[in-house]
Ligand binder design. Structure first.
Ligand code: SF4
Length: 468
């Protein structure tokens, strides 16, 4: 088990996906760099599958991208296409068996697959497929895709995927690789992001976020649309639209916390939206008087810029983050707990001593980290700490690939704001309102289910009881 002080209480995404088609580039090295830039989306396992046009080879393991792959390992895999995956498990256990890509043989040859998101009717299809003879090796819902593709394997892969899209409900940004074709699919509501880029004269990239395109030197073409299938092969790329009638429901948490600020998702800069969240929050709470606006690094930095702009209160770095605290930090004794918090985040005493501080964070899910941070700041001499959160209270679980799991874990679902304020020891506690969030997003086509309980995709019976 990880040290509870090092484990963040931030929501985590299930994973990041990346794919490249290029007859001339070093596809395994570029996939490595693409995954590196998506590391924030999953830190438990990483994997790359490479096709040379005849055979697909796979390497995956538990750990960060830099821990799983070495130059020597990457040099063993060359080809003209590759797909890669970084994973944080929200369904299925955290084990190498569930790490992706998944690779299997079916009627038409080999097929590798990576998936970001959660299927909401995976259990129904798992038992349905098992009853008719399918065998599962993993506990991941992604394998349901694999078995369903195999069921439709008389058809070309894009047609098999269209049939899967009718059967399977939930959130998916999916990339499938055969020996000579890449296929990217975004669910009909576009809950998880997926974008398309161009690499040089003959290459294409698919990635969860546009920051991965920037890193490998590709040009952004566009986002894959909700309900769209993109097929990439030697003839370039083609699009197949599966009619859904949905106006889209991209996860608003991508803008709040999950995605990197340098990414552009569905035409919106994550940085600019996040900054707007901060400045709208400042305008909604213009009665808070303070000397400084301090971000919780790194999650609150961009919103704190916006808050400082919106309030006119100076921005200051009041907490120093040690970015080298690893995942395998030793379990501290009770006496050493305070030390280990400071090891990760240490207050900058001369900045905060005697000051009234507005501490900005992006979200408050379980509340454990905020309580420790406020106590750290006060012990270091801060006079008052007002905690402001640049998203609305999280009241409902997420079923679409973010680990906001049960209402019991959600501090705002269990307590009034004043009770939370007392519990975490803040002098005041304010959240961005839901209309404020929509104003920052400038549109109402986003999933906000964890804030308002209105789920864009049906919740099956077996979990329906949990959130009601
Ligand atoms: Fe994102 Fe919340 Fe919707 Fe889940 S419920 S997809 S976290 S907005």
């Amino acid at each position: 088990m990880q040290n509870e002080l090092i484990v963040s209480d931030k929501p985590k995404d299930e994973c990041g996906v990346f794919a490249i088609y290029s007859p001339t580039a070093d596809v395994s090295a570029l996939t490595y760099y693409g995954l590196y830039s998506l590391q924030h989306r999953g830190q438990e396992s990483a994997g790359i599958a490479v096709s040379n046009g005849e055979r697909i080879q796979l390497f995956k393991n538990m750990g960060l991208v830099s821990e799983v792959f070495s130059e020597e390992i990457l040099s063993r895999y060359s080809g003209k296409m590759a797909i890669g995956h970084v994973r944080y498990s929200t369904t299925g256990e955290s084990s190498v068996l569930n790490a992706q890509p998944l690779l299997f043989h079916y009627l038409q040859g080999q097929l590798a697959l990576v998936h970001n998101g959660n299927l909401t009717n995976a259990n129904h299809w798992r038992s349905n497929l098992q009853t008719t003879g399918s065998v599962f090796q993993t506990t991941s819902d992604t394998e349901v895709f694999v078995n369903l593709i195999a069921r439709y394997s008389q058809n070309p892969i894009e047609e098999a995927l269209m049939k899967c899209m009718i059967d399977l409900k939930g959130a998916y940004a999916l990339i499938v690789m055969t020996e000579n074709k890449l296929v990217g699919v975004r669910d009909p509501f576009g809950i998880r992001p997926l974008c398309l880029g161009r690499l040089g004269q003959d290459g294409y990239i698919l990635a969860s976020e546009s920051c991965a395109l920037d890193v490998v030197g590709a040009k952004f073409i566009r986002d894959v649309e909700p309900g769209e299938i993109i097929v990439i092969d030697e003839n370039g790329y083609k699009s197949i639209k599966v009619p859904s009638g949905s106006k889209g429901a991209l996860c608003s948490f991508e803008y709040i916390y999950i995605a990197r600020p340098d990414s552009i998702i569905d035409g919106k800069s994550v940085n600019l939206v996040r900054k707007r969240m901060g400045s709208i929050l400042a305008k909604e709470n213009n009665n808070i008087k303070a000397d400084l606006v301090c971000p919780v690094p790194d999650s609150g930095i961009v919103a704190a810029f916006g808050y400082a702009q919106g309030s006119g209160i100076p921005l200051a770095e009041g907490l120093m983050k040690n970015r080298y605290v690893g995942r395998t930090f030793i379990q501290p004794s009770q006496e050493l707990r305070e030390l280990s918090v400071r090891l990760k985040l240490n207050p900058i005493r001369p900045v905060i001593e005697g000051k009234d501080i507005i501490l900005v964070d992006d979200s408050l899910v379980r509340g454990t980290t905020s309580k420790k941070l406020i106590s750290l700041l006060k012990n270091a001499g801060a006079k008052k700490v007002h905690l402001v959160i640049s998203s609305p209270p999280v009241l409902h679980p997420c079923y679409y690939g973010i680990d906001i799991v049960t209402r019991e874990e959600l501090i705002a679902a269990q307590n009034e704001v004043e009770a939370i304020r007392k519990h975490i020891g803040a002098d005041s506690l304010k959240y961005l309102s839901l209309p404020g969030l929509l104003e920052a997003l400038e549109e109402d086509k986003f999933c906000q289910a964890c804030f308002n309980g209105r789920y864009p995709v049906e919740i099956p019976d077996w979990i329906g009881g949990i959130h009601s």
